[in-house]
Structure formats: C-alpha cells, structure tokens
Design a binder for this molecule. Structure first.
Ligand code: TRP
Ligand code: ZN
Length: 485
C-alpha cells in the first residue's frame, strides 16, 4: 500500500484503530513493538522512534523515525521574571511506523501535547520528551504535534563545546549556540540532518525588541506586550535558530529586493559595530560572486554585548556578533566569515558533526578571499603565514576527524582553510571556483558530507584528490606544501 508523504492523517488512524491499545499504557512503560495484525495487508510493527539520530559525536542529538517540515514557535518571555511560556507546533512526516516519538527539550515543563488534534501522552527523561500518540503513526504519513510548555529556560553546558542556548540577560535574553541551543526554548528534532522552515512569534514587554531569523512578518502591541513575528522559509538547521531580546538600534532596509534588518545593542555607543554590520550586503555581494547566489530571503546582523558570549554565530540570514569583535574598530572579516556560513553550513548543511571543517574551513577561507578583495593580503599569503606559523597542536589534530573536544579548534578553522587552499593550488583557479559554485548549487538547502565534496572536486577537476585530502584532513603531521597537480 502506498501512502503519500505530507498527507495529514485524521485523528482515527488509517489502519490501526483499536489494534494498538496504547491509550491505557502508562507513559513510563516502554511499549514493545506491536503488530497491527488485524489490519489489512502486511502486518505493521509499530515501534518507538530512536532517542537520537546516531551522530557519532553526539548520539543523543535529534531523534529517529520522523522528519520535521515546519515549526511554529509561539512564546512569551518576561525578562523581569525569566519566565517563558507558549506552544510549539510541528508539522512532520513519520519515516517509520511509530508507537512513540521523541523530541529534544532541555528543562522547562510540558503542560500538554496533542498529535493531530488529539491529546497525546508524554513523559520526560532528561532532555528527551517522549510523545505517545493515541494511535500509531504510519511511515510516510504526515502528522502535526503541538506542545504547550513553560518555565525558566536554562542554557546547556557541554564540557567540550561550551555553553549553548537560552541566556537571561539584564533586560532580555539571548538564545544562541552550536552544536546545540534550540532545545532550551522549544521542543525540537535537534540535529542539522533534519532541516525545516520556521515561524516565530515572540511576545515581549513593550519597548523591547525580539530579533530572530528570516523576514519580519509583523509586529503588534496589545496590552503592554509586543509580538514580533519572524518567518524563516528556507530549510534551517535547528542550531541556526536564534532569538535575541533587549534594547537595540534597528536599521531596516532592502537589498536586491530582500529585506535587511540589523540590530545593535544600545549598550554600545554608535560606532564600529554599526559600521561593520552595515557592510553586510556589500560583503554578501562579493561572496555571491565567488560562491553563487545568496541563498536566503533576508539579510542582517545582530550585535550583542554579554560577557558569556565571546563568539559570533552564523544564525540563519541574521548572524549574531559579540561586541568584542568591533572593540578595535571596524571588522568586516568576521562579517565575511559569518556570511560565508550562509552558503557553507546553513544552505549546505552538515549531515554529521564530524564534518565541521566543511563549515569552518570554507568560512575561514572566505575571510582570506574577502581580505584580498578588500585590498589586504592575498589568500596565498594568508596560507603561507598559517603554514609556517601554526602550532604542533594544529598539525597533530586532523580537521576531518577532530573529535568532540576539538570540534571548534584552530585545526578545524585554520587547517580547514589551508585544506581549501591546497585544493585550489592543486586544481587551479578555474576548476576551484567551479567546484565551489557547483557545491552550493547542487547541495542548496540540503545536507552534505566530506566524501561528497571530494567526489565533486574530483569530477570537476578530473584529478585524483584522495592523497591531498587524506594528508590535509586526516594526517597527524604537517602535509607537504601544495603544488599544482
Ligand atoms: N561557528 C561559530 C563561528 O565560526 C563559532 C562557535 C562555535 C560558536 N560554537 C559556538 C558561537 C557557540 C556561539 C556559540 O563563527
Ligand atoms: Zn565559523
């Protein structure tokens, strides 16, 4: 029997009415696979969805058995009390016959869950929320889950990768982090392999701004509260979602028919930060000339000032920058880095965290390209400086399998960029830029792996590149200086 994807099933279930008997199960009991023997056709085995997608670096991230297509996150946050409350609705399709499925949710209290409008049982175990629908979900069928929840959000602290997620600030909040963040403020399939579109409706006290991803779809104020509506219509990995709440200097404009929305914290006097992010569209236009069309519907940047965040992050269509980047004056290199991620990381996303060099190596290489374009040192000289000056740690750590503890290490960024340059030297400029453009075109809004990148580079250059990539991505000593192949 063929069942079309994305078809929403009615509350009664197509094949399994009465056969599951899960309604009486305590949600604490792990339901064993149940065969729907009374249904017509082949017997179905309804089994619990896995509590992780099986990423070797982060086995519990994400969940098995379904694929989310769209999230609608409607939350109210009051900085005075640090309380968040609201609902998240997700439209998904089952990829297996499911008796239960999991969502990732850190902290917070779930008040109720419905699946296709019918009440569903739910239980929590650590950061895993298990939902037991009234009847099993059939592989290939769509379903809608709605989760109502509330509480005081807490960030996640990962020993290797630092703090991620929802942080309460003096007069607002910042939800930001990599490799995880989203599950601290909404229930989510928290792995980049399941990209989805997002609608955000964030309600905050009047006078505060709530900035998120994508296009500003409306703002309205009722009874002292303002709701900011944002829409990210291109598929987005969950760690690229953000909300930043506080007092900001806003700049709204348009570029190439797309909205531009910048926000700089009013804690900073107007200056280098404002000037740097104002160059977003100029940098994006340059990157478009080397990587292919800008992949998203909106442009922008957010500058925050919080001692706990000393990074920038490539949150989709609207990177967030720590004010520290602009302390010494204008800095468009960091803008080039975060914008390059819109192609490498955001449009073309990781299928597994081990391949992080595909994001960071290419984004760092984009800095080198931008610097050269902007009249600074050439990409070749940036390479030479790193090749001569990198530490033993960089040469010992293979960026192609850095390990969780070195996921954001210098090797991933700098040796990753050197790998890109080694490819360029080996295949020549013409093939190199063809490879980059073909990669962003063929994998647009998709997920990709290192093996696929190598295969594409070989196909376009018509050269054998295994040795080159092995040495640069997997070797534990400094590779030979690159030469044309
Ligand atoms: N990916 C970010 C960049 O290259 C850096 C980063 C890693 C980060 N982990 C983070 C930023 C956590 C914020 C929070 O720009
Ligand atoms: Zn980066």
């Amino acid at each position: 029997m063929t069942l079309s994807r994305r078809v929403l099933r009615g509350g009664t279930g197509l094949l399994v009415t009465g056969a599951l008997g899960l309604g009486g199960c305590s949600s604490a009991v792990e339901p064993a696979p149940i065969s729907a023997a009374s249904s017509p056709g082949a017997a179905r085995q309804f089994a619990p969805g896995a509590p992780g997608v099986g990423d070797t670096y982060f086995p519990t991230y994400g969940n098995g058995g379904y694929d989310v297509d769209q999230y609608t996150v409607k939350v109210r946050y009051d900085p005075a009390t640090d309380r968040l409350s609201g609902t998240t609705t997700l439209r998904a399709a089952a990829t297996a016959d499911l008796s239960t499925f999991n969502l990732d949710l850190a902290g917070l209290t779930v008040r109720s869950v419905t699946v296709d409008g019918a009440p569903a049982k739910h239980s929590r175990k650590g950061d895993e929320l298990t939902v037991t629908p009234a009847s099993g979900l059939i592989a290939g069928n769509g379903f809608v889950a709605e989760i109502a929840y509330e509480g005081e959000p807490e960030p996640l602290r990962n020993e290797a990768t630092g703090v991620g997620g929802f942080l309460h600030t003096d007069d607002g909040a910042i939800a930001l982090g990599q490799p995880e963040s989203a599950s601290t403020w909404f229930p989510v399939n928290d792995h980049p392999s399941d990209k989805a579109s997002y609608d955000f409706e964030i309600t905050v006290p009047d006078g505060l701004t709530a900035v998120s991803n994508g296009v500003l779809a409306g703002r309205n104020s009722v009874g002292g509260w303002t709701t900011w509506k944002w829409a990210e219509r291109s598929p987005m990995a969950s760690y690229l979602s953000t909300v930043v709440i506080g007092k900001f200097r806003l700049t709204e404009g348009e570029h190439k028919g797309r909205p531009v929305f910048h926000a700089v914290t009013t804690e900073l006097p107007e200056g280098a930060a404002d000037r740097s992010i104002a160059e977003t569209v100029e940098v994006a236009d340059y990157l478009e000339s080397v990587f292919g069309p800008y992949p998203f519907e909106a442009y922008g940047g957010v500058v925050i000032s919080d001692d706990r965040i000393r990074y920038a992050l490539e949150t989709q269509s609207r990177p967030v920058y720590s004010a520290g980047f602009f302390r010494a004056g204008s800095n468009t290199e960091v803008v080039a880095h975060e914008l390059a991620h819109q192609w490498f990381g955001n449009s073309v996303s990781l299928a597994r965290w081990q391949d992080i060099w595909l994001n960071e190596g290419l984004a760092t290489y984009a800095e080198w390209l931008w610097t050269e374009h902007d009249g600074g040192r050439s990409a070749q000289r940036s390479f030479d400086a790193r090749y001569a000056g990198s530490s033993g740690q960089v040469w010992r750590t293979p960026p192609g399998r850095p390990g969780v503890e070195n996921l954001f290490s210098e090797s991933v960024y700098q040796r990753g960029a050197m790998t890109v340059h080694a490819l360029r030297v080996a295949v020549g400029d013409k093939a190199f830029f063809q490879i980059l453009k073909a990669w962003t075109a063929q994998k647009r809004n998709d997920n990709a792996t290192t093996a696929e990148f190598v295969a594409l580079a070989e196909r376009i250059s018509k050269k054998q590149l295994d040795k080159l990539f092995d040495a640069w991505l997997h070797g534990t000593e400094r590779p030979a200086r690159p030469e044309p192949l």
